[in-house]
Design a protein around this ligand. Structure first.
Ligand code: NDP
Length: 231
């Protein structure tokens, strides 16, 4: 059966993606909210959120999830891996894992969901990036994870720009967004998460930006506060 979804959140099992799916559902904006997970677990989201299995590193998993949807308004690619690895301490296989999950996985998802996004009303592609992806900030004032995570988020930014260039004439809006430093399993690897935002606050900040998102903003790279980031 072919479903229509207002929002598909990839990586909704925990962390920021979990709160994005919860808050979208609570806002009750109309339309189905979908949360994808590697291991589908209905207990982590409210009843009424549609849960689907999806592993970004597996083509057949991404394809079979995307094939269930006839139309989608907004795709949020939130899933990623991240740890405080250094570049010179990372061998080729660790770098490949980062790129496979965070970059190739993102592209796999965007391509698979594109036919449904083209039939959706909003045509929005939201990619969770990071200040770690900014070469300018990494060069001058590095914060957050560096090394291969940073490389993967710079590539995510580049992906977003390529999607923007190739889809803007079809009315798509592509956004790269840093969620803040957030006390998730990923974010708590820095300073045990002391001083980090809550997932609730981060998701609410992101959804505030999405609620006012205009096609003219396509190709932007923003903090969760709405402030533009240097590339
Ligand atoms: P978490 O580590 O808390 O959660 C990561 C999510 O990604 C989980 O749902 C996990 O699923 C999913 N995931 C990981 N690998 C895959 C895969 N191969 N296929 C499908 N899903 C996968 O991360 P956060 O919530 O902190 O991060 C969310 C986004 O925000 C990421 O893109 C991250 O890079 C970005 N970000 C986070 C910051 C922070 O401070 N937390 C700062 C800057 C950016 P599972 O449960 O199955 O492992």
């Amino acid at each position: 059966m072919s479903h229509t979804a207002s929002h598909v959140v990839i990586g909704a099992s925990r962390g920021i993606g979990n709160d994005l799916a919860k808050q979208l559902f609570e806002q009750n904006a109309g339309g189905t909210i979908v949360g994808t997970m590697r291991k589908a677990d209905e207990s982590v989201l409210p009843k009424g959120v549609q849960i689907e299995s999806l592993d970004m590193t597996k083509q057949s998993s991404v394809d079979s999830c995307a094939a269930k949807f006839g139309a989608i308004d907004t795709l949020i690619v939130n899933a990623a891996m991240g740890s405080p690895d250094t570049m010179l301490g990372s061998d080729a296989s660790l770098l490949s894992s980062y790129l496979e999950t965070n970059v190739v996985g993102t592209h796999r998802a965007v391509l698979a969901f594109l036919p449904a996004l083209r039939k959706g009303k909003k045509k929005q592609i939201i990619l969770l990036s990071s200040t770690s992806g900014s070469c300018d900030l990494q060069r001058n004032e590095p914060s957050g994870f560096q090394g291969p995570y940073s490389v993967s988020k710079t590539a995510t930014n580049s992906l977003g720009i390529q999607y923007h260039n190739e889809l803007k004439d079809e009315g798509f809006t592509v956004l790269l967004i840093h969620p803040g430093w957030v006390a998730t399993d990923m974010g708590k690897q820095i300073n045990d998460g002391r001083g980090a935002k809550t997932t609730q606050q981060s998701a609410s900040d992101i959804l505030k930006i999405l609620s006012n998102l205009k096609p003219e903003q396509s190709g932007s790279y923003l903090r969760e506060t709405g402030e533009p980031l240097n590339w």
